[in-house]
Ligand binder design. Structure first.
Ligand SMILES: [Zn+2]
Length: 365
């Protein structure tokens, strides 16, 4: 099948670019490849660059609000050299970025090219960014200030039990990174009563903070969570340390927000302990479900299976849109081991995804 072959070729070509987050020249080359792919078409390509993070907005009409906006990133996390050499084994296409998310981007590119051949073109655009793995401030973060839509779809990896099922992620937890600093008084360890041990204060504070977070259960993981990621302080066993700090990663759900969490945390901190916010990324949350329900029904029809609306623990660029009240979902093909050694995408899923997306666009836009 021609479609199948072209999707595999596009995905493989994209994988070959070592477009890791700080590799500016490979990211540029990858974007040049995409621009070339649309040469001799009526497609409009706008180029942007913020803080050396280039991006493209590809569309059929020159405007700033579209009914449908597709969002894809071409940056990948670091990998062994061999992972940039795509390989196929049966239904799996291996390579860095295969599922996160060059396969999804390939489906978007082919779709736009196919639609450009029609007599009339749908009201939609494709946004290609290059800093998703860095939190997206200079890609989707900036472009979401310029471009709006009735629905945004990103083809990030999704969870499902089989390549013949495509699900939709409608919510992602918010992320709050904190640095907690404890200060004390240094002295010799032989007379600890003369000092004030900052490390002890810090660990006691952690134990207090932990109580603010309920345990998750196998039945329910949709709860606020806390991770102690790093702890520093002290320099030798015979000294009472006067400084200690820890880095915390908090994931939260819709029953709270970062402001409420920080004020709760501040209330239980002892007076010699302070908190600094390192990162504060809101939840992906959808209130207006009308467009999303349409997508769900359309995919169910195309795939002949039930489409689940899922909640995810990770975070993505889509929060920039949902933060503005714009419906935004993750809906992509199936694969596995993203960010890992054996990253792959199911070829059958990529093909199914392409078909389902094309049907959805044709039916609605
Ligand atoms: Zn991704």
């Amino acid at each position: 099948m021609v479609t199948n072959k072209e999707l595999i070729k596009l995905t493989s070509d994209l994988i070959k670019f070592q477009s890791t987050k700080d590799n500016y020249s490979e990211i540029k080359k990858c974007l040049e490849y995409i621009k070339k792919y649309f040469a001799n078409t009526n497609i409009i390509i706008k180029e942007f660059e913020y803080n050396k993070k280039p991006s493209l907005v590809i569309s059929f009409q020159n405007k700033t609000h579209y009914k449908l906006l597709l969002n894809g990133h071409i940056d990948v996390v670091e990998a062994d050299e061999e992972q940039y050499n795509p390989k196929i084994k049966e239904d799996k296409l291996y390579g860095r970025g295969a599922i996160d998310m060059k396969g999804g981007v390939a489906a978007f590119l082919l779709l736009i090219k196919e639609l450009s051949k029609q007599k009339t073109q749908p009201d939609m655009a494709l946004m290609i960014v290059s800093d998703e793995e860095l939190g997206g401030p200079n890609g989707t973060g900036q472009l979401s200030k310029k471009y709006t839509a009735d629905l945004v779809i990103a083809s990030e990896p999704i969870q499902s039990i089989s390549p013949s099922i495509i699900n939709i992620v409608i919510a992602e937890k918010g992320v709050l990174w904190l640095k907690i600093i404890a200060k004390g008084k240094a002295c010799h360890a032989s007379r600890p009563w003369l000092g004030d041990n900052a490390l002890v204060t810090l660990t006691q504070t952690y134990n207090k903070l932990k109580k603010l977070f309920p345990d998750t259960t196998t039945q329910n993981r949709w709860k606020n969570t806390l991770n102690l990621g790093k702890i520093t302080g002290g320099d030798s066993p015979n000294k009472v340390p006067d400084y200690a700090e820890m880095l915390l990663d908090i994931r939260y759900i819709e029953s709270t927000n970062s402001k409420k969490l920080i004020s709760k945390i501040k209330k239980i901190l002892p007076k010699n302990v302070t908190v600094e916010i390192i990162d504060d990324a809101p939840m992906l949350i959808n209130k207006n479900m009308l467009q999303i329900k349409k997508l769900q029904q359309s995919i169910a029809k195309s795939t002949q299976t039930k489409v689940e609306l899922l909640k995810e623990h990770g975070a993505s660029d889509l929060r920039f849109y949902s933060d503005k009240g714009i419906p935004a979902v993750i809906c992509g093909p199936l694969g596995s081991n993203y960010h890992g050694k054996e990253e792959f995408i199911y070829i059958s899923s990529l093909e199914l995804y392409y078909k389902a997306l094309k049907n959805f666009v044709k039916e609605n836009y």
